[in-house]
Design a protein around this ligand. Structure first.
Ligand SMILES: CC(C)(COP(=O)(O)OP(=O)(O)OC[C@H]1O[C@@H](n2cnc3c(N)ncnc32)[C@H](O)[C@@H]1OP(=O)(O)O)[C@@H](O)C(=O)NCCC(=O)NCCS
Length: 155
């Protein structure tokens, strides 16, 4: 079921350790193969760019990105199921692209499951192009693996 916000006062807030439990709850609702608590803790300890999108005290979504020399790698972008299809992913991708340019990056990279057509469409509509494939990159249950598509946005 889709939820409507009481106010349009969405804002970004740095993702910190105190948010872990709430983020993990959203992550588990959003993915068949969610990141573990350790994945999130490692990302926070590594000092990656990690932002929550919050409105009315609720987490709408979040992203985590790793800065390289002249590129940024998006590791996780998630919109809470109740708030999907309202443009929040596009807003987070725009914000990340602006931050990345400010860091002097010329490319923004990400991987997406080959079967995640919804996410792929969102990335394509934001200007990302398919640049390659990583075989058997993601776990897919029952010991199987799923390929990843590598997508890139020239900033
Ligand atoms: C993939 C994902 C991040 C997209 O997030 P989202 O917030 O739903 O994406 P957006 O709303 O920005 O855009 C998606 C759709 O909403 C539509 N939309 C955008 N703004 C809208 C608005 N104001 N009103 C109505 N619809 C809107 C878009 O047209 C698009 O529609 P389409 O799917 O028919 O093309 C989200 O579905 C998700 O978190 N999925 C689970 C985790 C996941 O797969 N993450 C990506 C891993 S690579």
């Amino acid at each position: 079921m889709s939820a409507v916000l009481k106010s349009a006062q969405a804002r970004f807030e740095p993702f910190e350790a105190r948010h872990l439990a709430a983020v993990i709850q959203v992550e588990q609702q959003a993915y068949a193969h969610p990141w573990s608590e350790t994945n999130f803790k490692d990302a926070l300890i590594s000092g990656y760019q990690a932002q929550l999108l919050i409105a009315d005290g609720e987490i709408l979504g979040y992203f985590i990105a790793m800065k390289g020399v002249d590129e940024v790698h998006l590791l996780n972008i998630t919109v809470a199921p109740n708030f999907q299809r309202q443009g929040w992913a596009r807003l987070m991708l725009d914000a990340l692209a602006i931050w990345s340019r400010g860091q002097g990056a010329t490319w923004l990279w990400l991987e997406v499951r080959i079967g995640n057509l919804r996410a792929m469409r969102v990335y394509e509509s934001q200007g990302f192009c398919q640049v390659g494939k990583r075989k058997a990159y993601y776990p897919a249950g029952s010991g199987k693996r799923e390929d990843a598509l590598v997508m890139g946005l020239r900033l």
